[in-house]
Design a protein around this ligand. Sequence first.
Ligand SMILES: [Zn+2]
Length: 239
Amino acid sequence: MLRHLQSTSIVDNQEYVQTDFSDLQDAMLFTERSQFKNDPANFVKLKNLTPEINNLILNLGPCQPFQNDLPENKFPKDKYNCCFKETYNLRILPDNSKINRDWLSYSPSEDKIYCLHCFLFGTNLHNSTQKTWTKNGFNTWKNITQAIKAHENIPDHITCSIKLKLKKTSAPILPELHHTRNIQISMNRQIVSELIDIVLFLAHRNLAFRGHQEKWATNLSMGNFKDLTVLMAKNSTLL
Ligand SMILES: [Zn+2]
């Protein structure tokens, strides 16, 4: 049974993200596998990534909890005594400044990391290396530093990150384009409605639609249909 759900990201600096999940049966998965709504384990196994779910995941953003957010207040250690660390979420640039790796998403329920960008925009998903970052998850913590650097420099990942940036850049103008298109559709419907009124008027009276000559911009009669159209256009803002 479908439920009306709303999600709130409890990580990501307490950023509030609200999304309408009604009519999205798959969205139920977002509530049942992890206490973190943006835990990648909640969605990496989804078979159909609809545009709605795609946008939902984008809005939730990467899962980057602090260790104090975790149930045991620390990242689990593996048999090599290695574990994920919060510092991996940051990339140090040549000038020593730090930027957030917005692609890196940690799954608290699986203790694995995924690439959000490649998962959402990747096309080479059958490649075994890419599958690690999009479907299976990476958790070989002793190699994590090299693995992260290698992944963020491969062409597939760079392409996906560019796609994400383009999507975010174009997103603000999409509502305006949609609004303009809706206005045009509404105007076209009104024009057609007025033309239908003319057709019905002539049909109900068994009047001929056409005349002997029908050239526009003439002082002579152009036939009933065109004459009535010109007449109505005098008081219509659309015709
Ligand atoms: Zn990637």
